[in-house]
Design a protein around this ligand. Structure first.
Ligand code: HPA
Length: 279
């Protein structure tokens, strides 16, 4: 596994080396990047004219330790636009340095990405939300006790103390709301709480978190910080795969879960590609 040098010039050189390997594989990089979260790989599979390169073929990309989840970087058309998709991401609970986890995203930003659509699977903390709902992330709380900007600042990327008063771009949120309305897709909104994981929340933690947030997950926050630092626009969408606050006695079968996953995936892909068509 790569190590982040304790020197900003060398760190930047590592990002540029990674960006060069991305460009070598894909040519000039389009401005829109979608990070497809857990279970949302279908988004990449639906790209038209797709080209995919597995992370282990790209320089400095950390490869997931989870078998079958190596991850791949893709380029193709969605919503009529040429975009990049990162299918699979490194999670901090895998034990990786936060700066290694965000290195591929930062390299994509170096390579020319200006708009980042972050998606994730999350647990609902809001009693009004149902399993399978989509949630527009309006803000987040970083409880991961990790920040990708620690260490010497990369002045070429952004400022030492970046403003985080609008981590999720308001204009993009507006486009997402309008698109959902047009498509008849219910789009919830709320605050995403980032936990390190990998253990799920205890009952006491759920009771605490629900005071402050609407969904909880184990990703997105570091990427949002890194993208905001670099001046990129960020849109965040959570798929609420489970509810931590609604109890149901109904039996859940594997088939039902798979079917719900497929339905949510359709809805998610449709929403995101239509948003992209309007950017
Ligand atoms: N908690 C934390 N992360 C998650 C959850 C959850 O309930 N569901 C999906 N990711």
């Amino acid at each position: 596994m790569i190590e982040i040098p304790d020197n900003s010039a060398e760190h930047l050189a590592l990002l540029d080396e990674t960006a060069a390997s991305i460009k070598e594989a894909f040519g000039d990089i389009p401005e829109i990047l979608v990070v497809a979260g857990s279970g949302l790989g279908a988004f990449g599979e639906r790209l038209e004219n797709a080209k995919a390169v597995s992370y282990d073929k790209l320089k400095n990309f950390p490869v997931s330790t989870v078998v079958g989840h190596a991850g791949k970087l893709m380029r193709g058309t969605a919503g009529g636009r040429d975009i990049m998709v990162m299918s699979g991401r490194k999670h901090l609970y895998e034990g990786v340095d936060v700066r290694v986890a965000t290195l591929p995203l930062q390299a994509m930003l170096r390579a020319g990405v200006k708009t980042v659509i972050l998606s994730n699977a999350a647990g609902s903390l809001n009693v009004k939300f149902a399993v399978g709902d989509l949630m527009l992330i309006t803000d987040h709380i970083n409880n991961m006790f990790k920040n990708p900007l620690i260490g010497p600042n990369l002045d070429d990327m952004g400022p030492r103390f970046p403003d985080m008063s609008e981590p999720y771009n308001r204009e993009l949120q507006k486009v997402a709301r309008e698109t959902a309305l047009d498509l008849g897709i219910l789009l919830r909104e709320g605050v995403y709480w980032g936990n390190l994981g990998p253990s799920y929340e205890t009952q006491a933690e759920v009771q605490m978190l629900r005071q402050f947030a609407d969904a909880v997950g184990m990703s997105t926050v570091p990427e949002c910080i890194a993208a905001t630092h670099a001046g990129a626009r960020v849109l965040g969408i959570s798929v609420l795969t489970n509810s931590l606050v609604l109890k149901t006695d109904a039996e859940t079968t594997h088939e039902e879960v798979m079917e719900t996953g497929r339905q949510v995936s359709d809805k998610f892909c449709n929403l995101v590609s239509t948003i992209i068509s309007k950017l």
